[in-house]
Design a protein around this ligand. Structure first.
Ligand code: TNX
Length: 501
């Protein structure tokens, strides 16, 4: 329930001014401006009780929601392409933004401002009271450009409908990147036309055995294309990951030529890590990498390809570096920028390579390796397991999740500074924040969402809001104000005792 006087905005904007005007009734809005499709505005606002009319449609008593591009939008001096201004009242709503993504952010902010008595009372009953929006002016721009979520669709298969729901959730909190972990020991989740056995032999397996009857267990080329288009319409970029050179049992099960003796490995339905690998000197390895990364680069609209690199204890350091450097070279040859887990800092990196910091158990030697990679031009995304791993249990005894990085309560996910999170790395080499959700223990959309909510909004604020604006007590109150919308959308969440619901 939203406490009186609290504006339930997450992430907290750069500047919020209240206008001396009564709340604006928004039972219906008429969208003017062409940079956000009215259907997308409707998708966001109708679940909170606002009827959305296209510019020319019927309906006389609608409030105008005017969306226009304007380079002067946003906080004074902000140069982020995502900057926007949202002005509510006295009679209409105006959104101004440098680019269309900012207009969509403005509509997302507007949705969080809608107060609807029936919703806030936590009932489905329609009371007849019109939704209103307080008269405010918001000027806003993000702290970091890379705000993302890494989502494991391998350990348990989550198909296109679930991924679209995750895009909606990520978008609602203004995230821009959805990284899909598509290959691992237990399965291969993306059709690769030049290597059909990957999905024919490894597409239908997952932790515990087979994907549920009636499900294919992987994205076809067409489904992947459609998913990227769905995400792009919401200004979310899909980053696909092929995990190398460890986490590769699904590949060696499909193509025995990838092993030294040429024999395929057995399918794997457990949850151990670290046993599988590729070999730099097996002749089939390089053609395999060229085929897989080449096809995936051609199929991918966004600028990035993630080549994994985590947890390959069986691969000697020189061989590890050779495989990771080859993978990154291939990615660059296809015009994409490589992303890799933190371990890849041990191999040579090119300027612009994105390294994802995940394992906080690092010593000084590892910090020095990160420092060298940053000097060589690598950029870091902060996903420290103790903060950003949304597959960790909230607390001891939580029915879902793992514990290797500790317990991650909502406050843990909130109260940290990405700028100082990566040991050895200067603040200006950190480009953002990503949550990560691994699915060893998660099998349904509700289980998945109960791990993402309410922690993903905490990470979203860590990535968006200025360091000096961060305040746990204020955040917890604003977070509580999100729950009515989650209920209206059917998004499961964990009612953490840290939040004044
Ligand atoms: C570590 S995070 C892994 C994953 C597991 C995860 C479980 C990372 C790069 N590797 O393979 O699923 O822990 O929390």
């Amino acid at each position: 329930m939203t406490a009186p006087g609290v504006l339930p905005l997450v992430p907290w904007p750069t500047a919020v001014e209240r206008r001396d005007a009564p709340p604006l009734a928004v039972a219906a809005v008429r969208v003017t401006g062409d940079d956000v499709p009215a259907a997308l505005v409707a998708e966001l606002l109708e679940p909170v009780g606002v009827t959305v009319l296209a510019a020319t449609g019927a309906g006389a008593d609608a409030v105008t929601l005017d969306l226009r591009l304007d380079p002067a939008a946003g906080p004074a001096g902000a140069d982020s392409p995502e900057r926007y201004t949202l002005a509510v009242g006295p009679e209409r709503v105006e959104a101004r933004a440098a680019e269309p993504v900012g207009l969509l952010h403005a509509v997302r902010t507007l949705r969080q401002l809608v107060t609807r008595p029936a919703l806030d009372a936590g009932t489905a009953a329609v009371t007849g009271a019109a939704p209103t929006v307080p008269a405010v002016v918001v000027h806003d721009a993000p702290r970091y450009a890379w705000r993302g979520l890494s989502f494991d669709v391998v350990r348990h298969w989550f198909g296109p409908a679930d991924v679209r729901a995750v895009v909606d959730l990520a978008g609602a909190y203004k995230l821009r990147v959805l990284h899909l972990h598509l290959t691992d020991d237990q399965g291969w989740r993306i059709e690769i036309p030049s290597r059909p056995a990957l999905t024919e032999r490894s597409g239908g397996t997952q932790v515990g055995g087979a994907v549920p009857a009636g499900q294919r267990g992987y994205l076809t080329v067409e489904e992947y294309r459609d998913l990227q288009a769905y995400a792009a319409a919401r200004h979310v970029t899909i980053v696909p990951e092929v995990d190398l050179p460890g986490h590769t049992n699904a590949a060696t099960h499909a193509y025995g030529e990838l092993t030294p003796d040429g024999a395929p490995t057995d399918a794997y339905g457990g949850t151990e890590v670290g046993f599988s690998r590729l070999w730099a000197d097996v002749p089939a390895t390089e053609p395999f990498l060229r085929d897989v990364l080449g096809d995936l680069a051609r199929m991918t609209d966004g600028p990035w390809l993630h080549v994994g690199g985590d947890e390959a204890p069986k691969v000697e350091p020189a061989e590890y570096a050779a495989i990771m450097e080859l993978a990154q070279r291939i990615v660059r040859e296809h015009g994409k920028t490589p992303v890799a887990w933190q371990e890849a800092a041990r191999a040579a990196v090119e300027p612009g390579t994105v390294l994802q910091f995940w394992d906080p158990h690092v010593d000084d030697a590892a910090a020095a390796v990160f420092a060298r990679a940053a000097e060589a031009g690598a950029r870091f995304v902060a996903s420290p397991g103790s903060r950003a791993y949304l597959d960790m249990k909230y607390a001891p005894g939580h029915p879902l999740g793992l514990e290797w990085a500790g317990h991650v309560e909502v406050r843990d996910a909130y109260d940290w500074d990405p700028a100082t999170a990566v040991p050895g790395v200067p603040a200006d080499a950190v480009v953002g924040v990503a949550g990560a959700v691994w699915t060893e223990t998660l099998t349904t959309r509700d289980e998945l969402f109960s791990m993402l909510l309410p922690r993903l909004p905490a990470l979203a604020e860590a990535g968006w809001s200025a360091a000096e604006a961060r305040d746990w007590e204020a955040f917890a109150a604003r977070l509580a104000g999100q729950a009515p919308v989650w209920r209206a959308l059917g998004w499961a969440f964990h009612p953490s005792p840290q939040v004044p619901w």
